[in-house]
Design a protein around this ligand. Structure first.
Ligand SMILES: [Zn+2]
Length: 67
C-alpha cells in the first residue's frame, strides 16, 4: 500500500471512530505530532505522526490551496 499523504486542513477518517459516533477528523496541526479535531464534538487529540499514519484509514476531503 502506498504511503498516505496528508496535509493540514484535510478531513480524514480514522480506523476507529470517536466515541461520540463521528468519524470525521480535521487535521489542525502538523509537526512531529499531528493534532486532529473531531468534526462531531470538536474534541481534539494529539497523536505522534507515525501513529497517525497507521491509524488513519483514508482522506475524505483533501484540502486544496487556492494558488
Ligand atoms: Zn467526537
Amino acid at each position: 500500500m502506498q504511503d498516505k499523504e496528508f496535509n493540514l486542513n484535510d478531513i480524514v477518517e480514522m480506523k476507529k471512530q470517536h466515541p461520540c459516533g463521528t468519524n470525521r477528523w480535521k487535521i489542525i496541526r502538523m509537526g512531529m505530532d499531528v493534532r486532529i479535531k473531531c468534526e462531531g464534538c470538536q474534541h481534539s487529540v494529539l497523536i505522534p505522526r507515525r501513529d497517525f499514519s497507521r491509524k488513519m484509514k483514508k482522506i475524505l476531503v483533501k484540502h486544496v490551496d487556492s494558488e
